[in-house]
Design a protein around this ligand. Structure first.
Ligand code: HEC
Ligand code: HEC
Length: 166
């Protein structure tokens, strides 16, 4: 929104720009087009660039892209692993997986992974992935106990069956 609708030659004004950052993270930019009756430049594009902070993690000093396996570190477990204790199936998915696998642009949702073969699901949940398709910048942490994760085989099996047969 412009502070003045009429500017004399050489006069200054302000433009207020609102950006919806819901669901956004990291560097983002927005282009704003300004229309005027200027003979030489009737349209000017302004770009507003910003860094959207990650409110959940910014005080924990962690590098999310380089080390997803760190979700099992002492200072991360309370949110990323302990919530799932004693839970199975869908409840376990909601506690330990949904924060990364909700519907949206990120990793597949529970419904979207339903068609994957059980053997694939079992392996990914146990061992994680450094980069499944070579395109993703983020990786899936391995959840099996013997990979430093928080889940037993029985718990992992309960996830596989509720993903496949919701
Ligand atoms: C206070 C709870 C809490 C703590 C503690 C926490 N996280 Fe998270 N984490 C979340 C939530 C909630 C999400 C879901 C995405 C979001 O809202 O940022 C998430 C998402 C993530 C993701 C997915 C990528 C992303 O950012 O979207 C990674 C990786 C991650 N956390 C790593 C860690 C690591 C490593 C630690 C410990 C240094 C940690 N988290 C500590 C709550 C927490
Ligand atoms: C810290 C975030 C995070 C958490 C927590 C997490 N995942 Fe993932 N997961 C990912 C990411 C990122 C990928 C995509 C990996 C890639 O493309 O390399 C992924 C991939 C997967 C895939 C493969 C999907 C495909 O593309 O075929 C499955 C299955 C999966 N996760 C299941 C789970 C289950 C079950 C849990 C809970 C036990 C879980 N994930 C917890 C981040 C997470």
């Amino acid at each position: 929104m412009a502070s003045l609708s009429h500017l004399k030659p050489g006069e200054r004004g302000r433009i207020q720009v609102t950006v919806d950052v819901a669901g956004k993270r990291g560097p983002i930019s927005k282009a704003v087009q300004v229309y005027s009756n200027d003979a030489k430049q009737p349209v000017v594009t302004l770009t507003v660039a910003m860094q959207v902070k990650d409110a959940v993690h910014q005080n924990l000093g962690y590098q999310k892209i380089s080390s997803p396996a760190r979700i099992f570190d002492a200072k991360c477990r309370s949110c990323h692993a302990d919530q799932g204790r004693g839970k199975l199936g869908f409840d376990l998915f909601r506690a330990d997986c949904l924060m990364c696998h909700s519907a949206g642009s990120g990793p597949l949702s529970m419904t979207q992974m339903k068609r994957r073969p059980a053997s694939f699901l079992r392996r990914i949940i146990r061992e994680g992935s450094d980069d499944l398709d070579g395109a993703s910048q983020q990786a899936m942490p391995g959840f099996a106990w013997n990979n430093g994760g928080s889940l037993t085989d029985a718990e992992i099996e309960s996830l596989v069956s509720s993903i496949r047969n919701p």
